[in-house]
Design a binder for this molecule. Sequence first.
Ligand SMILES: Cc1cc2nc3c(=O)[nH]c(=O)nc-3n(C[C@H](O)[C@H](O)[C@H](O)COP(=O)(O)O)c2cc1C
Length: 334
Amino acid sequence: MTAPAGAPGGSGTVLMDDKPPNMEAGSDLAVDLAGVKLANPLMTASGTCGYATEYEDFVDLRQLGAFVTKSITLQPRLGNDYPRVVETRAGMLNSIGLANVGLEAFLAEKIPQLETLHLPVFVNVAGTRVEDYAAVAEALEKVPIVRGVELNISCPNVQEGGIQFGVDPVQVEKITSAIRRTCRKNILIVKLSPNVTDIAETAAAAVQGGADALSLINTFTAMAIDIENRRPILGNRTGGLSGPAIRPVAVHMVHRVYTKVAKAAGVPLVGMGGIQYARDAIEFLLAGATGLAIGTSLFVDPACLLETKQGISDYLARHGCKSVTDIIGALQVD
Ligand SMILES: Cc1cc2nc3c(=O)[nH]c(=O)nc-3n(C[C@H](O)[C@H](O)[C@H](O)COP(=O)(O)O)c2cc1C
């Protein structure tokens, strides 16, 4: 079944009539992300869970709503100079620089691994030229387990591409509409940068360009200094700040985008930024997020993904809610 573009919940994408793979009967956590049915809102944040197998000894990822891959580029990338990560108080800086195996090896080696999860997969796509993004998105149309492309136009850790596209509303609309044309089966999720004056402007540009969903936020450009040798710690000098330190800003940005842009446009949001516990996730749901991604907290405790899921269920029961959708955007502000 194909929903017409612009129809409520529709995006011109193929809707699955069957139940999501891990959805128990009567589940109160199911959500619809622009036509892709998820058993629950929880997913991995791009780049923090590799290609899934890295975590198989620590957490049963099949219990999630979806799996989001690290950024995939047309050609393999080695990434930035080391060191690439620094721990901060309540967070971390990373400057991985989009290290990945490249499209060809991803399709040949990683997709078969991801198929074993039996989850909808969203592939995060990055590049330095619009044509590169388009080539990767086009190839992903042929992969049944892939249900969406998450457009990374917000990476602060690469010299070309990355954040350049994501901070200028004109560029955001341009790249979104170019990739929109290649996404027929897959939904198009545009990942927004927080490194802007008003994230509602770039969100509106992505919606104008045809985004089916928005995800936010990526990391904040930041720096840590080794005071003894008076040099930046990261090989790339700067990195992206993530983790609990950024959560209140992320919650505010989700709420702003929801109220200014997404709610009226019927475009669902995937919220992320420092989620570690169920109460963090519930803040994002109340602020207007339909999906929830967890990244940095996985490095502290991978089980937080499933504890968060359970905690949301407990909250819904305690508040007499039948469905998680009852609390999406339910923040009272007056
Ligand atoms: C080590 C690391 C690698 C990341 N790699 C990517 C990436 O490849 N593509 C991307 O869009 N975001 C990447 N991110 C950003 C996360 O997906 C997420 O937007 C951000 O970290 C905020 O969520 P968190 O606070 O839960 O980590 C990365 C974050 C970290 C910490």
